[in-house]
Design a protein around this ligand. Structure first.
Ligand SMILES: [Zn+2]
Ligand SMILES: [Zn+2]
Length: 120
């Protein structure tokens, strides 16, 4: 994960007239949203004081953070200031590793992914 105000990536493209355009991008540490970094654009972003990541400050990202924090509070009784993307994925991976079931009986796998039947 890229922390602080450092470029997350660089890009190179061409505009409608074929002129090469280069720039750098930033990535949100909470939701992985990527945007072009333009100093002086007036667009405001955040720097999370908890995980020290740049954040996109989009409403859907803020809502997603609230939801993830509420889930962790509900499941573990722990209150975090934020849930970085990497940590949420690690949490899901740990959960999946401790889930037991039989393919075909407890869940199915098809082209759209894993299908888990609703509890009765
Ligand atoms: Zn975000
Ligand atoms: Zn954070």
């Amino acid at each position: 994960m890229i922390r602080g105000d450092k470029p997350s990536g660089y890009f190179q493209t061409h505009d409608g007239r074929g002129i090469k355009v280069e720039g750098e991008s930033r990535q949100c540490g909470h939701c992985q949203f990527i945007w072009e970094y333009k100093p002086g654009s007036g667009r405001r972003y955040g720097l999370c004081t908890s995980c020290k990541c740049m954040t996109c400050a989009r409403d859907e990202c803020k809502a997603d953070q609230l939801e993830k924090r509420a889930i962790i509070w509900h499941e573990d009784g722990k209150n975090y200031d934020c849930v970085p993307f990497d940590e949420w994925n690690y949490r899901l991976m740990n959960k999946a590793a401790h889930t037991t079931g039989t393919i075909g009986k407890d869940f199915l796998m098809n082209d759209s992914g894993i299908v888990i039947p609703r509890p009765d």
